[in-house]
Design a protein around this ligand. Structure first.
Ligand SMILES: [Fe+2]
Length: 286
């Protein structure tokens, strides 16, 4: 351990963990040390750059509190969260793809009957979201649960609205015995992830913007099937190809189709014009 060189340092640091009791911890730390050392060598990290890195990570930690998790933002914006999600949610073709949960899910969303309106009287363009919950053979899954949440027309979630005491733009629905679901809402907007901290500064330095394309979040679950955490993205959104957290999947991009019919609007209990979104969720058996 005294004649350390570029060539033997990594194996020396790894060997120092010989007494580690937890095999998985040791495996993870071995990989981290190998890649960290290789990274430092690859970019020829200078003293000043090393110090700037330490100061950046310190600032990321200092930005965290009960409501703000800057490290998760860092993971999301570097694609680390999506890489973790992809390797842990490999699905057969045709099954609804998993994508990022995000920080705005709440376990206390109210239950709504089918056709219920999660937007209440919030301003925005009315939208109807409907479809079925299906098995991979396209047979309906009865009574699946859909936990839904989204931003308002300005891109804010209820957790970010100072004058909303309870919940808004979120709800739990149960599909019927034939797998059908339908609910009323408003068209969500694209929005920026919190970018007033060190991660926002990093995005600027990278020449990136902080926006996510408009989307509706879902967790769809049913007995005997693997639940899926996912999002439906509005086709035509300007940020579909530059989502700040890399959550978009082509299979989850759906059209919000404008409908100007007053008769249709009346039948569906919305005002015209409104938007229709059709999407069938496909769950994988356990
Ligand atoms: Fe979101």
């Amino acid at each position: 351990m005294r004649n350390l060189t570029e060539a033997n340092l990594s194996e020396t640091v790894i060997a120092a963990m010989a007494g580690a009791k937890n095999a998985r911890f040791k495996e993870i730390m071995t990989g981290l040390i190998k890649h960290l050392h290789a990274f430092i060598r690859e970019v020829n990290l200078t003293e000043a750059e090393w110090l700037a890195s330490i100061q950046f990570l310190t600032a990321v930690g200092q930005k965290c509190d009960e409501k703000r998790q800057e490290f998760i933002l860092l993971s999301d914006t570097l694609g680390a969260t999506t890489m973790k999600d992809i390797i842990n949610n490999r699905k057969p073709p045709g099954v609804t793809e998993y994508t990022i949960l995000g920080p705005f899910h709440r376990p206390d969303a109210p239950e709504f009957p089918l056709s219920g309106n999660i937007a209440a009287d919030l301003p925005g363009e009315p939208a109807i979201v409907r479809g079925r919950v299906l098995a991979p053979d396209r047979s309906p899954i009865p009574n699946a649960m859909l936990d839904v949440w989204q931003s308002d027309a300005e891109g804010f979630y209820d957790l970010q609205m100072p004058d909303i005491k309870s919940t808004a733009l979120r709800g739990v629905f149960h599909a019927d015995a034939e797998g059908n679901y339908i609910f009323r809402t408003i068209k969500p907007s694209f929005y920026p992830i919190p970018h007033d901290g060190p991660v926002g500064q990093m995005l600027i330095a990278m020449g990136r913007h902080p926006y996510r394309p408009a989307h509706i979040h879902f967790i769809v679950s049913a007995e005997g099937y693997q639940s899926v955490t996912t999002e439906l993205f509005a086709s035509g959104d300007p940020y579909l190809d530059s989502d700040a957290v890399f959550g978009v999947r082509e299979s989850l991009v759906v059209p919000f189709i404008r409908n100007d019919s007053k008769d249709e609007a009346e039948r569906l209990n919305v005002s015209a014009p409104f938007y229709m979104v059709d999407y069938d969720f496909v769950l994988e058996p356990v």
